[in-house]
Design a protein around this ligand. Structure first.
Ligand code: OOB
Length: 544
């Protein structure tokens, strides 16, 4: 499912793929910056040497547990220093992290563990009022092949990460036994926002991902003096690599883990750690801008605020610099690969009205009509892309891959964009059956399938509805059976099935039938228009 051999050879010849693994990258950075601080988490500060040593000890511990090179390890950790320790440890053991989000629950985690035949699952004991050990117990019951649950903190009935790390005294011997890892191999799995019944897994190689990390660090001007505040969930592609924590480590800078995105917590860390750059989603940017004028915290160290993951309105974008006193950088990326940035020296008009341009000249970008024919500059069309860090196929999904990629390997992003004469992309909309809930992606079909399992649901269609704060929220149109369920019963049902909270519909509308398209399919376009109208008229009523 990878790149054709001649394409891979070209990327190597051009020096885009350098044959370095993430494990080796950290080793090299630790040699260069041994005594500099790599990661800050609460009161803890780990130097590069310390992170490097910890990663070795976790790697050796995993091998001792019997986790074999090539096996998968589902990692579901909040924004804590151990996230980096564990991920680099898994890499050095030659195993493959599967990046779950803290919001995922049993429906998602069970699926990841089963589908990837994971050997281990790594969690924190508790976070955000939720006990992950109970979730892990449930997952273990359902997935007997899952051999280990490793816990940061109090392990309960599972295994403590503290017991897995080999002692420092055994580190040198253990390092000698670490496996050779091939940089052209798959390094980990990211999750797709998706548009299908189950989330798709995205295989990224060391070579391709490190290319995007290095270039992102350069584009974002990172240096050893940079301090990156990791506010969004650390495992997500954006705070991980755009340039995120990995880009910061590549540059020799400092990653500050932010346990919570609220302005009081984040602003206090900006002040205390003299944060220079961070990345947020549009709703969070709005909250921060609202809080900034009244904060007692000194935000003057902040040089760049990145905003991405969902469309940021030009009006809001224009306010970033006056209100926060830093530059704005828009980021339009996807876990499948392609990442676009506005550049730090771009004129204001480009920064506020576009979503940036690709990382590299080797990114091939096409904007096409419904028949895959290129459209002129300025005209909206479907975004297709191919390049040195965009996947050529999802993991174990041949049928879906035929739909998501062109025969010559372009990824169909599902985004509707237009190109400016300068080659910048403007996101105009979306053709995929997905709801972008303030950066959190909800696949309509996944939620529909869960709802169809309820006996009171005859048919269902999930669509996005406009929302001032999140951009979009989800609305489920339901044709009830007999007896008809109540809306709360349905949302409770979904929670009971272990679906992540952000996928639970914000609104349920009962209808007798669905509008249809000419060919008799459910017209989601009409449903979207219907709910948009309803939402709009309730607003008008409230405002008047
Ligand atoms: C990022 O990655 P994903 O995989 O969660 O979501 C990708 C999708 C894109 O296809 C697009 O539909 C939407 O999220 N998106 C944006 C956007 N950035 C992402 N839509 C409008 N404006 C933007 N600036 O979301 C992601 C990955 C790496 C860096 C940044 C974001």
């Amino acid at each position: 499912m990878g790149w054709p051999e001649e394409v891979a050879a070209r990327y190597r010849e051009l020096g885009l793929w350098q044959g370095q693994t993430f494990g080796a990258m950290l080793r090299e950075r630790a040699a260069l910056h041994a005594d500099r601080i790599a990661v800050v988490c609460g009161d803890r500060r780990w130097t590069y040497a310390e992170l490097d040593a910890r990663a070795d000890r976790v790697a050796a511990g995993l091998l001792r547990l019997g986790v074999a090179p090539g096996e998968r390890v589902v990692v579901q950790l909040p924004n804590i220093a151990e996230f980096l320790e564990v991920v680099f440890g898994v890499w050095r053991a030659g195993a493959l992290p599967v990046f779950a989000l803290p919001a995922h629950r049993s429906a998602e985690i069970t699926y990841f563990c089963e589908f990837t035949e994971a050997a281990a699952y790594v969690i924190a004991d508790r976070h955000g009022g939720f006990d992950y050990r109970a979730l892990a117990s449930e997952v273990r019951r359902k997935v007997p092949g899952l051999r280990h649950v490793l816990v940061v903190g109090d392990p309960g009935e599972h295994t403590a990460l503290d017991e897995v790390r080999v002692p420092e005294s055994e580190r040198d011997a253990a390092v000698a036994d670490l496996p050779e890892v091939d940089a052209s191999e798959v390094a980990f799995f990211q999750l797709s926002g998706g548009s299908t019944g189950v989330p798709k897994l995205i295989p990224r190689t060391h070579d391709d991902y490190l290319f995007s990390v290095r270039e992102s660090a350069r584009i974002c001007g990172l240096t050893p003096e940079s301090v990156y505040l990791c506010v969004l969930p650390a495992a997500h592609n954006y705070p991980l690599s755009s340039p995120g924590s990995l880009g910061t480590l590549w540059a020799g800078g400092r990653v500050v883990m932010c346990p919570q995105p609220s302005p009081d917590v984040a602003f206090a860390l900006v002040e205390r750690e003299r944060v220079t750059i961070t990345g947020v989603v549009p709703p969070l940017a709005l909250v921060w801008m609202q809080a900034a004028p009244n904060t007692a915290h000194d935000l003057s160290s902040l040089e760049v605020l990145q905003v991405g993951g969902a469309k940021f309105s030009a009006e809001a974008a224009r306010r970033v610099t006056p209100v926060l006193g830093c530059r704005l950088q828009q980021v339009f990326g996807m876990a499948e690969g392609l990442v676009n940035y506005t550049r730090l020296d771009d004129p204001e008009e480009i920064v506020v009205t576009t979503q940036g341009r690709p990382i590299s000249e080797h990114d091939e970008v096409l904007v096409v009509d419904d028949d895959d024919r290129p459209v002129p500059v300025g005209v909206e069309g479907h975004l297709l892309t191919r390049g040195p860090y965009t996947i050529r196929g999802y993991y174990r999904a041949p049928e879906h891959n035929r739909r998501s990629f062109t025969p010559d390997g372009f990824y169909r992003t599902g985004d509707v964009v237009s190109l400016t004469p300068e080659g910048y992309l403007v996101v105009e909309g979306r053709a995929k059956d997905q709801i972008n809930r303030g950066g959190e992606k909800v696949a309509a079909e996944e939620v529909e399938n869960h709802l169809l399992a309820h006996p009171g649901v005859r048919d269902v269609a999930v669509v996005g509805m406009p929302d001032e704060y999140l951009g979009e929220r989800t609305c489920a149109f339901v044709i009830p059976g007999d007896p008809a369920p109540r809306a709360v019963e349905l949302t409770r049902f979904l929670r009971g099935r272990g679906l992540a909270a952000f996928k639970i519909p914000d609104r349920v509308e009962f209808v007798e039938s669905f509008p249809e398209t000419g060919v008799g399919k459910v017209s989601k376009k009409e449903l979207r228009a219907l709910i948009a109208n309803t939402v709009r008229s309730t607003h008008v009523r409230k405002d008047s």
